[in-house]
Write a protein that binds this ligand. Sequence first.
Ligand code: ADP
Ligand code: ZN
Ligand code: ZN
Length: 678
Amino acid sequence: MEHCILKVVLDTPLDQRFDYLWTATGDEAMPQIGQLALVPFGRREAVGLIVGIEQSSDVPADKLRQAIAVRAQLTPLLPRWMALCEFAADYYQRPLGEVALPALPKNLRVEKTVSLDRALKKLAKQAAGHDASPVAPPALNAEQQAAVDAIADAQGFLPVLLYGVTGSGKTEVYLHAAARLLADDEAAQILILVPEINLTPQLEANVRARFPGVTVATLHSGLAEGERLLHWLAAHTGRARIVLGTRLAILASMPQLKLIIVDEEHDPSYKQQEGLRYSARDLAVWRAHQMDIPVVLGSATPSLETWYHTQSDRYRKLELRERAVQDAVLPKIGLIDLERRAPREQVTDGLSETLLTALKRRLDCGEQSLLFLNRRGYAPVIACDSCGWISNCARCSAFLVLHKRDRLLRCHHCGWEQRIPRSCPDCGNVDLQPLGRGTQRIEETLRELFPAARVLRIDADSTRLKGSAQQAFDAVHRGDVDILIGTQMVAKGHDFRNLTLVGVLNPDTALFSHDYRAGERLFAQLMQVAGRAGRAAQKEGGNASEVLIQTRYPQHPLYDALRRHDYDSFAGLLLEERQQASFPPFIYQALLRAEAKELQTALDFLRQAADCVEHDGITFNDPVPMTMTRVANMDRAQLLIECTSRPALQAFLKTWIAALREIRTRVRWSLEVDPVDI
Ligand code: ADP
Ligand code: ZN
Ligand code: ZN
């Protein structure tokens, strides 16, 4: 009778490999590394990944338990995929099992062998692609062609920044490069990462239209488990030649991966903010290196990390300088000085006279406008004039936001909701006033000011129902909307063709944020939202496209660079600042977060954490409460550590995390490597 020892990792915080005895009962094949096994774990059963097969075990024979079953239908995950998970686990300081298993579809990880057979059947039947006729691609301009050549002709690893203004045709470069690689190698697979798939359905439609007959798999958190299994299997078996997905797709099994594309590489949503706090962009570069293939990072406003790498020639910069569509030009960016005295800028309910005039001009000639305000709800807070009461969340250090239509006060951090009080809870005053403006309030104002205009709001509140965001965007594309108002949801890659005005309300707060990345983010966000205007040539008798930003600080260097569409000099400025202040990318950071019922408990834990090991060469900052200290009745504090060398920091983190695990505490803590929100 044949038997062996399976070394298995499981989705548990215990950082170890578990041994199980495997015995052949019939004529089954021997298990293989990279297969999944159902094993007993404590009092339950769990699915684990086989990472080793040996003849003996250190576990005493009477303690060694028997594996229940091996999922033999699934072709084993390849060593390279496991190495990717191992790297991520190692770098982000998590157990391998907590990285590898959650990267697999849930239906593979449940005890019952649900639907795997059926899925593999179903997959075989799934028609390859659609039968639509292919859409002819536009002829590339010279810069696009040069970029495609550089990518498709790359021999081996090549990290590329595709740096091009909004509308410069970066997507065309991706699609052409993909087409070349797919044609050259009949097994080749291509991974395209996007920040949020539901907000950029155009890309998916483009990809499908351009590659009829090619199986395109999509991977994102919105998929039902059954669908996720199918798409994952399509990638794993090599049937899907193109995988389009959000950050989680970076861990997809793609045995024939030949190119990775990261669209809008600067987007914060590439960073996972819980569990394994990874950067999908950084992993993409690592994976491309591992596979010895090109990786394309596309952006009009690259992250400073990426920009810095192009300056030191570690990444190759390929530039697209012009808008691709004939005669489409970048919009003119104007600043509306809200403090201007002579002549005084009139402001009605948060909207300046200059902006209202520009809106009116668009309405008069049937063009669309977009107003961007990154704050949803009606007003960020309601207040009592007579005693100073304001609507605070009882569970968080945050305001309750007024949602007038729902007649609710809502906390955007913990989800707490309550009815709007009729009178001040402290003094009984019935005249409670909304302070500040959110998208709902601006929508209300616009409807009053322009009763004939078709106004549409797009934000997280207006698009709660599945498919409603898509419907809203379709309405804009069809021309059923005159004025669109929205949060950052509307800023992303939409190719609005009839939009000639973008108004930006209230961006100033980010200029004075405690977060040193706020400027970089604001610039990217404003460039991106500005990029929604002027995507087609100016119509005869129509308006030139323009962006109007309402600000109290028109002299600020950020706005100055923005006005000139000058990311280069702005990035140069930021890098200089970062170097002087010793911020990333000039230093490497890790952040230990702790939360407890009492702030003091969290801070005490962090102090203990700072003292539990020797840390020469590592800078320990003082433990501090987080800026938003209280969320959902938990107080949160953090300890930032820094080092000028990445390997030294990594080495330290290994010993540190081992020591942290030994501390007996009720505090919930987590460690983040390369943190972004600090
Ligand atoms: P980006 O991703 O850089 O913002 P897109 O790839 O969305 O830009 O391109 C903007 C528009 O230009 C799209 O409508 C696209 O079809 C069009 N376009 C791209 N390349 C060309 C080209 N070479 N000739 C004509 N139109 C093009
Ligand atoms: Zn009061
Ligand atoms: Zn709250």
